[in-house]
Structures are given as C-alpha cells and as structure tokens.
Design a protein around this ligand. Sequence first.
Ligand code: ADP
Ligand code: MG
Length: 535
Amino acid sequence: MASREHERILQDTEREQGNTAFRNNVKAALALANAVRSTLGPLGLDKMLISDVGDIQVTNDGVTVLEAAKVEHPTARMLIDTSTTQDTEAHDGTTSAIVLTAELLLNALDWIDRGIHPSVLTKGYRMSLDYALSEIESISRTSDDDDLIRVVETSLSGKISEDTRTSLSELAVDAAKIAFKRSNRESIDPNDIKRITIRGGRVSDSERIDGIIMRKTRLDPQTPNKLSAGKVLILDGGLDPKELSLDASIRITEPGMLARFIERQKKELQDRVQAIADAGTNLLIVRDGVNDDAIPMLRKAGIVTYRRVERDDLELIARACGASIIRDTRGIDSDSLGDFESVKEESWESVDHVRIHGSIGSGQTVIIRGSTQSILEETKRAFDDAIGVACGLVQDPSILPGGGAIQIALARRLRSFSTTVPGREQLAIEAYAAAMECIPRALSENAGLDGLDRILEITAAQASNENDWLGLDVTDRSIYDMYERGILEPARTTRQALIGATESAISVLRIGDILWAKQDPQTPDWQSELNQDDD
Ligand code: ADP
Ligand code: MG
C-alpha cells in the first residue's frame, strides 16, 4: 500500500514536470507568435528591426522579424525553422505558419490541463491534418492566366505600394511562364530568372529581357563589344600562372635565371590560352582573375573574356548555353563548351552591361528599376517573393480563397468531421478546427475589427450560402466572395503552412509525451514497477 502511495506521488510529480515543461514550450511559442501576429495581412503593422550594430530595417515580413530576433529557446527555434521551411517551399505564408503553430499548441495545452494525454492530441492533430489536406483539394480551383497575376498581387499586398504591385506581379508571372515553357514543363527554379537592379526610372519601367545580363565590361576593350553565335568556355577558377607558394623561394645562382623563370611562367600561360583557343572558344567566362600577360594572348586568339563573374552567373550561363563549368584548363574537352547565340555590351544609365543569349534557353533577366536605392531594395525583395510565388503557381496552379476564408471553411468541415470520431481524438480535432480561426482573427484585429464577431459572421455567411470562398476583405472590412475580389492564395502555400504548423506542434507535444510517459493510465502495473526499479 505504502509503495502504491509512493508511486502515485511520484507519478504526480512527473506529471507536474511534464506539464511545466510543456507549458514553458507553449509560452515560448506564444511569445514568438505575438511578435509577428500584428504583421499579418495587408493592414499588418511594419516592424522596425534594430541590429546589434544599430542598422535599422523596416519590414512586415514575419520571417525577417524572426531571423533577426536571435532566439535561443529550443521550441522557439523550432518554430523559426518551420517558418524558414515555409519560405523556401512556398515563398510566402511564413507569418501564418508561426501563428498557426502557436495556436495549435495553446489549444492543446487547454486539453492537457483538463487531463487529456498529449498522445491523444498528437493523434487527433494528425487526423485533422489529413482531413484538412483532402478538403483543400475539393475547395481549390485551377487558376487561369488572369488569376495567376491576382494571386501574386495578393502575396505582395502590404509589402509594396498598390500602383507598383500590378506591374511587378505581371512581370513575375510573365517570367515564370516563359521559364516553365522553356524548361519543357519540368520543375523550375526561381533562381533561373536573373534579377538586376538599375537605379533610374520608375518601378513601373521594370522589364523582362531575354538573355543573361551582367553588370560587366569585357576584360580587354580592344576585343569586339559584340559577338554573333559562337562557343563559350566557363572556367570556375582563374587564368594565372601557378603561383609560388609562400614559403618557396627561388635561389638565383646565375645570371638570367630569373628571366628564364619568368619566361617559363609565360610559356605555361601561353599553353593554357592555346588549349582554350584550340577547343574553339570565342567567349571565355572566368570566375576569378586573369593575368595581365594573358590579355594580349587572348586577344590574339580572338577570344572575348569576362572575368570575376559570380558563381550564380556562371551557372545561369552554363544552363542557357549547355556548357559545363570546368575547373582546369588542361585537357579541355570540346564537349564542355556551350553555344551562345549572341553577346552584346550595352550601356544603361552610363553603366556597362553585357547581355548573353544562350542557344538552349537563352536565359532571362528581369531588370528592376527605381529612383532611389531604398525603393530599389524594397522592390527587389518584393519581386524575389513574387517570382517565387509565380514559379510555384505555374507548376501547381490550384488556388484557394484568402482573407481567412479557407481557414473558416476548414474549421467548419473539421468540426463536422470531429462528430464522426468516437474517441477522445474528437476533442483534438475540435481544438485543431478552433486553431484554424486564428488567421481570420488576426486579419480582423489588425484591421481594427473584432476578431470573434468576424469569425462568426464569415462562418454563418459561408454556411448559409454554401460558399467556402466567402472571406473578409480588410481593405473595406466587408465579406465577399474572395474569387471575385481577387484575394487568392496558392494552394501550395496553405498546404505547406498546415503541414509545417502541425508537424511543429506535434514535435512540441511529443516532448510533453515523453515527460508524461509514466503517467499513461494504460501502462500496466507490472511495467510501472519495472520503471520504479530502474530508478
Ligand atoms: P504571411 O507571412 O503569412 O504571408 P502576410 O502578412 O503576407 O502573411 O498575410 C497573408 C494573409 O493576408 C493571407 O491570409 C491573405 O489571405 C491575407 N490577405 C491578403 N490580402 C487581403 C485582403 N485584402 N483582405 C483580407 N485578407 C487579405
Ligand atoms: Mg504573405
């Protein structure tokens, strides 16, 4: 009897520890979510970030806020990872993913406090996720070309002024569609679309141009400033004679030795240039430097050279021209060379730019214009997001309603699903449904509206009209069909946010689960005794 009593107290203590640990984790998640919640939606507030060294950045991008926050708590760090994943997978929805994770945890804590075991919640959350993902399929629709632009515009709302939003969205969709067509409808990487900024002109003067454009002048002004079709060699390295290592020295013992040494180096350089020329090279792209002695040699061989070209550009040129990037000029295989259609140098705003057209994909560059450096930077950041969203969309054009509509629709469907589940998981599914509502709540509150009232209003409107696409347009604070309003989201973004938030909440719950292990009412007595012996 005494032993039983002892065991019960022990279990209570452990339960207490598990509970405290979980509570602390939830607190960390909430603190983080609170830091970004007020940025959600087009009316979300901007945050001013001030770094250790006093640099100031104003942003309303959740992930930027979080990455700057230097968070230490392991749970909070995990949430930041969730939002970073969201950013790389969907290029949007980072704030939503964080807010949702915190809400899932908060609602779980409620049930844990009332004695529900974390593993029940974990199971119920998994069931909810699966159900929500399948419902998303039936709610979504396939976007046409006009919709694509409206989806990208929605993702830019709050990030950039309204008058430039449309032109940037059109540009992003245009570039993404072309990249997709040229990739033979295989997957595309937003990084395949080169972006450069040019100061001068207005944002609406930004344009998409075929070819890869670099802010560069050719190494040797005596070589031609344009070339028609030819062969390109891409060298990931430099064109220099082998340097003497630092501790080596040459002992000059007889007259002429130094001269001979220099002569030998020159000869070696000449051999390398010769090998490049023999392979049929007309255009040479070099990652590092080119020795001065090589300049006349290259000129003589009729090779136009660009040096100190960035790694990203090497890759873009290689892809557009079907070239390999080589590291060593010895034994060049002519297969490693690529084909270009044209190369041309042009001066824009009195800065030299070179444009290379590849023969395979030609490549494309978006030129972002703006009158000041800060406008340029802001526009570039917005465009980076826009192109990410646009590339995702041309590959997977299914879309969902924004403005909290999809979350309300899922909450409604999850609630009726929960009633079909007989076990305690039913409670977890209800908790999951309630968590969905944190998005419309935050959107409403950031627009100065009462969150709860709006949730009830949208829920009733959707149910009575049997329309899952009814949501809140915060710009005039009324409920509309989001398709008609053009407030649209890629299904991929919503899906990824749900998956990320659920996985992340479940990992925190699992920590609680481990700490709670001995408290499981299903554990047979003999096992508890064994556990106690272990202690
Ligand atoms: P995230 O980092 O999650 O993308 P945002 O600040 O970009 O956060 O806000 C996205 C949310 O804002 C989405 O839920 C989207 O549907 C919503 N939203 C965008 N435009 C509107 C609008 N005019 N009215 C209501 N909600 C909107
Ligand atoms: Mg967004």
